[in-house]
Ligand binder design. Structure first.
Ligand SMILES: Cc1cc2nc3c(=O)[nH]c(=O)nc-3n(C[C@H](O)[C@H](O)[C@H](O)COP(=O)(O)OP(=O)(O)OC[C@H]3O[C@@H](n4cnc5c(N)ncnc54)[C@H](O)[C@@H]3O)c2cc1C
Length: 257
């Protein structure tokens, strides 16, 4: 056994993954439930999907369940997505399903990567590439560089479409709107800010507001609430799954344009 072979195996394969990401069909920023579902559906159809996740583990807000109690609730309407990703659940009351949050997070990650989604963890999207009024890629850096505020320049990936799946942070849309004199596809033309908890309204709005917010830039999941002024919903996750599924359809159309 030679340590240098282990090193080569890691570096060579990481470089292959980077090469695949240079010209992605879609770059999804944020490895939470909505991003993983969208990526998983698209990768199954053969699209080249890159997910950037700034933390060590993808899965976003799934892992913590509700206040650290490790179960989440899915409503009936989204049960089909659980099934599509082979995630076991138990019926609860008339119209809900209970899912172990650890099974849920790891199941989505496993299924998405099995289908070919190229996930980079510890990788943060800090800016976008914009050409002629259209988002055409992302500017990325190592999360530890950003965390330690080191003066290290980022690199870039091109994509036919970019997605803000960063949850409450709406990091991509927020930075894009702050840095550029742009009018977003929102009632105010700017990100509108998230509102207090109202689960039923919020769950519907997350799906309705999954859309193209600027040419080439899409929003899904919890970031739709921050961008379109929606309510938050707590640890019910069906809206996130349905948002990811709807987004996959929108992105397929965008990739064909
Ligand atoms: C760490 C965390 C813990 C949470 N805990 C709970 C909880 O216990 N109960 C609850 O009801 N809700 C919780 N939430 C709320 C959660 O937002 C939603 O319930 C749901 O997970 C939203 O799904 P999503 O697909 O929109 O993305 P999220 O699950 O919010 O995931 C977004 C992902 O994007 C990543 N990200 C953000 N900015 C960048 C960037 N610039 N570059 C790369 N990656 C980025 C984040 O690290 C995160 O993994 C939590 C959210 C987070 C992020």
């Amino acid at each position: 056994m030679r340590e240098i072979d282990i090193t080569r195996g890691i570096v060579e394969n990481h470089v292959k993954s980077l090469e695949k990401a240079y010209e992605s069909d879609v770059v999804i920023v944020g490895g939470g439930p909505s991003g993983l579902v969208a990526g998983g559906y698209l990768a199954k159809k053969g699209y080249n999907i890159t997910i950037l996740e700034k933390r060590l583990a993808p899965g976003g807000g799934i892992w913590g369940g509700g206040m650290g109690y490790k179960f989440v609730i899915i409503q009936d309407e989204a049960k089909g997505v659980l099934d599509d990703f082979n995630i076991p659940s138990t019926p609860y009351k008339d119209s809900y399903h209970v899912v172990d949050s650890i099974t849920f997070a790891s199941g989505l990650i496993f299924e998405a990567t099995k289908r070919g989604v190229n996930i980079f963890n510890l990788t943060v999207c800090e800016d976008l590439l914009v050409r002629d009024g259209r988002v055409v890629g992302v500017v990325v850096n190592n999360s530890l560089t950003q965390l330690n505020q080191l003066p290290v320049d980022p690199i870039t990936f091109e994509a036919k479409a970019v997605v803000d799946a960063t949850g409450h942070d709406h990091d991509v849309v927020r930075v894009f709107s702050r840095k550029n004199d742009v009018t977003l596809n929102t009632p105010t033309g700017k990100p509108m800010g998230e509102r207090s908890m109202f689960a039923e309204t919020a769950e519907k709005a997350v799906v309705t507001n999954t859309k193209e917010v600027y040419p080439g830039l899409f929003v899904c999941g919890m970031s739709t609430a921050a961008v379109y002024g929606g309510f938050r919903m707590g640890p019910i996750f069906g809206g996130m799954l349905l948002s990811g599924k709807k987004l996959a359809g929108l992105l397929e159309d965008a990739c064909k344009r």
